[in-house]
Design a protein around this ligand. Sequence first.
Ligand code: NBY
Length: 822
Amino acid sequence: MKSKSPNTSLRTGTKAAEIRQAFLDHLTCSLGRLPAYASAHDHYLALALTVRDHVVHLGVSSFGGKESKPQRRVAYLSAEFLPGPHLANHLLNLGLSETARKALASLDIDLDAVLEQEEEPGLGNGGLGRLASCYLDSLATVGVQSIGYGIRYEFGIFDQQIRDGWQVEITDKWLHGGNPWEIHRPGAARDVGFGGHTESWTDDFGRHRVRWLPAITVRGEAYDTPISGYNSDHIALMRLWKSEATESFDFEAFNHGNYDRAVEQKVDSENLSKVLYPNDSFRHGKELRLKQQFFFSSCSLQDMLRILEMQGAGPENFHEHWAVQLNDTHPAVAVAELMRLLIDVHLLAWDQAWEITRATFSYTNHTLLPEALEKWPIDLFGELLPRHLEIILEINARFLDEVRAAFPGEDWRIARLSIIDENGPRYVRMAHLACVGSHTVNGVAELHSELVKQTVLADFAEIWPEKFTNVTNGVTPRRFVALANPGLSTLLSKAAGKTWPGKLSKLSKLEALADDAEFRAKWRQVKLANKSRLAELITERTGILTDPTSLFDVQVKRIHEYKRQHLNLLHILSLYLKIKRDPTADIPARTFIFGGKAAPGYFLAKQIIRISTAAGELINDDPDIAGRLKVVFFPDFNVRNAQYVYPAADLSEQISMAGMEASGTGNMKMSLNGALTIGTLDGANVEIREAVGEENFFLFGLTADEVSEVEVCGHHPRQHYESDTELRETIDFIASGALGGGSGLFQPLIANLLEHDPYLVLADFRAYGEAQQRVSELWTNPEDWARASILNTARMGKFSSDRSIREYCQRIWKVKPGKPSE
Ligand code: NBY
């Protein structure tokens, strides 16, 4: 029987004394520090190395030795990962949090101060990258052998500062203090070619073969970060590729005195993985981006083949050993690369290679936005990847032949289905390539998956209806509840038992307690404490004072017109004007909190940030408002900050134009933490509302069908402006320059709304205001609000990423998780 003292981990049996000793050993031996001279950062590194030892131990056994019977593994190919700080999450997963706290306390070191030292790896933009990390967490938790493959960007997403109300981008330096989590694997390095040409040759059996002679070769160095699972013996691996030159110098050039040329190739090669493109909804037609995509896809596939070989299997068994998920089209070129590796390098026949390829890949679509759909000019593609272009053209020719045979006389299908867009300059359509090369295509929420079939991939859904499916996104309750919201976690464990982080449907046990006044009081206490904690942080970061008893109304996500932060701002300013007109107006106190990054080149998104800071400057200190409204722009929204924000939300703003937000995952995180949602019928909002009950959700706005209708019939934003006094006064107020900066400052935003309003902000303004009115009414009855809040948490069990991952395993990857389902 293991000790039950918090001095010992219940699961691993590790004692505080062992942690203490390992910590001191790492301080001295790994970092070369005398404990007396160690800095807080040294403490962090030493504890990280101590914990890493535990995780790596698990990892070595979970990946099995050569003798263990290999089972199908999952490779999650993603250009982005946003894991957040690792240390606290590992401690939680291993059940070592209290043990570590004790161990450090015995050395007079505060664990929380140590945790503060970690720089998070910002290797992603937003939802897509964070989803990839939630999925690795769940893969480790449910016990699936898996590797998340990606790019080890030296510079991840920029750090955001606000200066004079505007966003300023600061280079992210996540590697500067050293990264204790990764293990460099020189033995796994792979070479990747670019450019050059192809040539034909004939093999011994007289068969026509092609080989690619690249002009340039870049080396991919592998860096592994172990990802632990909750209460699990498995770990998942995040294997990220760093680009390096194959030779440090071109010595010939160097010897001839041409130093510049000598280092040029080295610099070019290293630039490949230098920086993440900071855009979450806009494709970059930049050559470097395509290079990044091919680089990590090729390294990853070569790595899978290497592992296959170690297992004694051949390339003809590739699909039996690997299920490869394409996280959006960013790694879609992998379809052509696997074909090349199989036919050119391993000399398989085309048909066999194609069967293997299609049995291997599946593709997740995350966006319908036309400006985000990836396509590459065919010339650029052919210059960089001449062999891959040939292969894609061959895949396309064979595919279109099949279509012609199946649908004779229906030639209109050809141009629409073709992987090559020939309406004008020619492009390779990456979604078409991903779809043709995959056995399954999924969207990320029910509505989105339907829209994928009706819009971007409609022609494919018609010919291959069985290929399309839905897997609704999920989030990890470990990081976003257990870690982020310890107060709530204690309450949940008492009410629903301790197993909820691994079995989220257990939260349904809370239902009955929604009617228990004593429980509601505790619930409200927890929320208030979380809000106070956030209020302190807000003051520290922005100087703004907020009242934790006011309604915390939160919109945190990337800044984009389709997400409609400006709809929220119009509403705030309309409330402001209402109070100015009538100081006795019955408007309960609210704190509006915004957070999120704008793509550096996205002018209107930056204007939206500026208008939210301007609204704060105007409103926060206005004596007429007397603190009843506060507007905060919380700078640098990232995973760490999110862990403070989500638990403090009373109201979750999910107000995208219907049909635009593929799923959303912040919506899940807030509802799980007991926020009520105000939202449109978009993405996963639809399913959240279904789950929590329509009476516990503030619905408003046009539906996706109504939006398409408006788009077809044309719309007239000015009509809304003219017919709605409140709206007109609010817009006129902004246009008048009353927000400071002169009347021209927000002109571009105003003109955009009045002339185009592509995301129907004005059309939804009234309905949004009415829904907000219902919010205010419920808020004035704290008991009813608390009841609805409890029911939100109680009914969110479906949205654990464990459930999503089990669906992928069962319906798409055909792998069996080690841990049986709940
Ligand atoms: O993926 C997001 C969706 O907008 C969100 O609704 C969904 O919940 C989430 C997870 O499924 N998409 C997203 O975050 N997309 C990107 O980050 C992204 C990044 C780069 C590019 C396009 C999209 N790009 O073309 O470079």
